[in-house]
Design a protein around this ligand. Structure first.
Ligand SMILES: Cc1cc2nc3c(=O)[nH]c(=O)nc-3n(C[C@H](O)[C@H](O)[C@H](O)COP(=O)(O)OP(=O)(O)OC[C@H]3O[C@@H](n4cnc5c(N)ncnc54)[C@H](O)[C@@H]3O)c2cc1C
Length: 407
């Protein structure tokens, strides 16, 4: 089989892989990106509803989940949201800010892919895709290709043999296998004895047992502003009822903090005082559910009252027929509706994978493995996961950038 020698081989040509390739190429390193997908950077294309939420102006380490919350600081400080904004402005891509510092393309996420491709071409990056890797070896160098440790990586692909000084794993997480996600990065870690933390879907819809959710089955599509808390985190955004459970930005956010068996605490009236509202109507002959529809969607009120009133042993009747203690109970339930998910909708729908390559094994300055010199892990495959809002791409850019300075 034909042999190719490169300074750097990058497996995975997504957001992090391309950023690393560009930076390494600018340093005049010969770079080959290998990807098994037919179409380049599908995750960027489908991201942000087709407009790619490419960064967040307010990015800090607090926006990320990891067993080591400090690990991401160094990379985020060396390639910031402003650095990525400068790159897209250089390419004339128009963008806008939605809420909470989230930046989106005005036109299409394809513009980001085109920009990265152009930068790769300028940096003389070579591509091999679609191409499947059959084997990765790390052996003592006998020829001119050798890294500082005197070793080299030998990749056997279905087309050729690639020999490289540095090997970068940028294969992302497990979410959306339909467009090329694979466990390859974790398998390479296992092969080299590098620990991987527990993996689970994140930024994902939550499901509920039939008996807990039966009353809400009839309201898919209903959405409302709520404050959702779990696992020490709280998010205030919309929640959305689906056929299978709950979704919407507040649920996606909290899903990353939720552990099986834990209840969600949902404040349905985050800006109101439910007790004050109910007591205002205490003398009124108006049905309590009618009062609630002044503050919450009607279909939701009907479903919620059906479920919660049964739990509280109450019936729906005019407000003036409740005892004060009952009105207080209802107010408490409105501010702290507790419901326990049975699971998530899984990797097929999740935006990210929580967990990954154990950061204790990586240098936060270079992303290089401490035990296998010349082996780097970047992007989502690492145990650094952003909240919803452009943080995951910023991690891909930042970690790819820093590795690109050292490979
Ligand atoms: C629907 C959806 C919407 C999203 N929207 C946003 C958003 O708006 N903003 C945001 O910040 N984040 C968003 N994300 C998350 C974001 O897309 C990822 O965190 C980011 O793409 C990770 O970059 P990466 O380079 O590490 O991995 P990826 O972009 O997933 O790239 C990995 C690459 O590796 C390749 N690969 C995998 N296995 C192999 C293998 N065995 N051999 C060769 N190649 C392989 C894949 O084909 C792919 O090209 C979204 C995710 C999803 C699923």
């Amino acid at each position: 089989m034909k042999e190719i020698c490169k300074d750097v081989a990058i497996i995975g040509g997504g957001a992090a892989g391309m950023m690393c390739a560009i930076e390494a190429g600018k340093r005049c390193r010969s770079v080959l990106v290998i990807d098994h997908a037919f179409k380049l950077a599908e995750k960027i294309r489908i991201s942000g509803g087709g407009r790619c939420n490419f960064t967040n102006r307010h990015t800090t380490a607090e926006n990320f989940l990891s067993n080591n919350p400090h690990f991401c600081r160094s990379a985020l400080a060396r390639f910031t949201p402003q650095d990525f904004i400068a790159l897209i402005e250089k390419h004339g891509i128009r963008y806008h800010e939605k809420k909470f510092g989230q930046l989106f393309c005005n036109d299409s996420s394809q513009q980001i892919i085109n920009m990265l491709q152009r930068e790769c071409a300028d940096a003389k990056v070579d591509w091999q895709m679609p191409s499947r890797i059959k084997q990765v070896e790390n052996s003592p160098a006998v020829a001119e290709v050798a890294n500082a440790a005197g070793r080299r990586f030998i990749l056997t692909t279905e087309r050729n043999i690639v020999i490289a000084e540095s090997l970068v794993i940028a294969t992302g997480g497990l979410s959306i296998p339909q467009i090329g996600a694979s466990a390859f990065g974790y398998q390479i870690a296992n092969q080299f004895g590098i620990p991987v933390t527990t993996l689970r879907p994140g930024l994902v819809g939550l499901t509920f047992a039939t008996e807990d959710f039966h009353g809400f089955k009839g309201i898919p599509g209903v959405s409302l502003d709520a404050e959702v808390s779990c696992g020490g985190a709280t998010f205030r955004e919309n929640i959305l009822f689906t056929h299978r459970g709950l979704s919407g930005p507040a649920i996606l956010q909290i899903s990353s903090y939720w552990q099986p068996g834990e209840a969600l605490h949902i404040n349905l009236l985050p800006q109101q005082d439910a007790q004050k509202i109910l007591f205002t109507y205490r003398q009124s002959g108006m049905e309590l559910s009618t009062v609630m529809t002044r503050y919450l969607p009607k279909r939701f009120v009907q479903a919620w009252c059906g479920v919660i009133f049964a739990q509280l042993g109450l019936v729906i009747k005019p407000v003036n027929q409740y005892r004060d203690v009952e009105l207080r109970q209802i107010a408490t339930a409105l501010h702290d509706w507790q419901i326990t998910p049975s699971g998530t909708v899984g990797y097929k729908k999740a935006e990210v994978t929580l967990g990954g390559i154990d950061t204790r094994e990586l240098s936060s300055r270079t992303m290089e493995s401490r035990s296998v010199p010349g082996l780097y892990f970047i992007g989502e495959v690492v145990d650094v996961t952003g909240q919803l809002g452009g943080f995951n791409f910023q991690w891909a850019w930042s970690s790819g950038y820093v590795a690109g300075q050292f490979v």
